[in-house]
Structure formats: C-alpha cells, structure tokens
Design a protein around this ligand. Structure first.
Ligand code: E4P
Length: 220
C-alpha cells in the first residue's frame, strides 16, 4: 500500500512528508505549469524531500523523443526519479526500451483495462488509471480499478503496480485500497481530509481543557 502526492508544490510536499507516511510524488505538465517553476529544478527539489519514486513526464509524442527525454531526465535528476509516459503505442515502445535499460516507468492516462494490460506487457513499473476523469464522463472510475485488479490476479508474472490517479475525494482512496490497488496518488487536500475528523478535534479540545484543570490543581 503506497500513498503518493499528486502535486508539484514543494511546500505541500514538505508538509505531508513531515507526517512520515509519504511514499512518492507524481507530477505532470499541468502541475508543473501550476507551480510556475522550472521543470527540472522543481522535480530535483521534490526528489530531495521525498526519497520514494517521483514521476517526471516526457512531452515528446514519438518513441525516439520519449527515449531521449526519459534518458536525459534520468541522467540529470536524482536516482528516485521515474519516467512518466503517455499510454500510446509510441509510449508503449518507449516503456519497453526503458524497462530493458533498467529505468522505471509510470504509464499515464490509462482509461481502460486493456490499456493497463498493454502497459504491463511492455514492462511498466506503474500504470496510472484516472478515476476522477472517468467519473466526470458519467461512468464509474472504480469499475476500472476492479477490472484491472481482477485481470492482474490471473497472472503472477505481472509485477506492474496499479497506481490509482485522478483522485477527487477520500472515499476514492478507501475504495481503491479495498480493491487491492497498490498505490494511490492524491492531491494534498485529500491527504488532509483522510486525517481529519471533527470528533477528533472536539475530543482533543476536551482533553486539553481538562488537563489544564489538572495542572491548575497541581496534580500533573
Ligand atoms: C496522475 O499522475 C495525474 O497527475 C493526476 O492524478 C491527474 O489528476 P486530475 O484528473 O485531477 O488532473
């Protein structure tokens, strides 16, 4: 069970990393744009904060370009950076080659079990099905996670981890874990929501108030 952050905001990554349970970080071109920072600089900084896999995405559309970018990212960035590749035929070919070179990959923009299977066949380290974006179309994203996990269960040989992405609310995370997904990547807001409960806050407030009375009575 791995919990990843889906952001390129280093302050948010520092906040969650301090909780001690952060296993990795995913970025994408849109998240890099939102950060307003230089791509390699921000990914290098993230890789220093979190020692788990940090996904950095290639932007070439052809296999040769993806390979060139993927190899350059591996050469220039810390060892824990892995290469995120779109789920296209060109991306599949790049995944196969990078896998043969010992470079870990995350095949992204997966919207069907057949795409996930093809990525696994190419030797992807992770496949990223996008739950929320499927829900947005009126279909059920969680059905895709169930289909992939069921398919995986037929083949011991598949080592590709299922990285549930495009997470929109805490129940997505619990549902993914109940289906046996290996990894979930989520925005900081969801991390915070997973840990928050009004009764915890209320209970703690009561304990602190009573403890102050114990101290005031000289009984601490
Ligand atoms: C995953 O790696 C993607 O960066 C991400 O989960 C996309 O989520 P979105 O649909 O909220 O943009």
């Amino acid at each position: 069970m791995e919990f990843f952050l889906d952001t390129a905001d280093v302050e948010e990554i520092r906040e969650i990393a301090a909780w001690g349970i952060l296993d990795g970080v995913t970025t994408n071109p849109s998240l890099i744009k939102k950060s307003g920072r230089d791509f390699k600089t921000v990914v290098a900084e993230i890789a220093e904060i979190c020692d788990g896999p940090i996904s950095a995405e290639v932007t070439a559309m052809d296999t040769a370009g993806m390979l060139e970018q993927g190899r350059a990212l591996k050469a220039d960035l810390p060892d824990n950076v892995i290469i995120k590749i779109p789920c296209t035929p060109e991306g599949l070919a790049a995944t196969k080659v990078l896998n043969s070179e010992g470079i870990d990959t995350n095949v992204t923009l997966v919207f069907s079990a057949s795409q996930a299977l093809m990525a696994a066949k190419a030797g992807a380290t992770y496949v990223s099905p996008f739950i929320g974006r499927i829900d947005d179309t009126g279909a059920d994203g969680m059905t895709l996670i169930a289909e992939i996990m069921e398919t995986w269960s037929n083949y011991d040989i598949i080592t590709t981890k299922v990285l549930a992405a495009s997470i929109r609310h805490p129940t997505h995370v619990l549902a993914c874990m109940q289906l046996g997904a290996h990894t979930v990547t989520m925005p900081t807001k969801i991390f915070r929501q997973l840990m928050s409960h009004p009764l915890t806050d209320k209970g703690l407030e009561g304990f602190m108030r009573d403890w102050a009375a114990v101290e005031a009575a000289g009984n601490a």
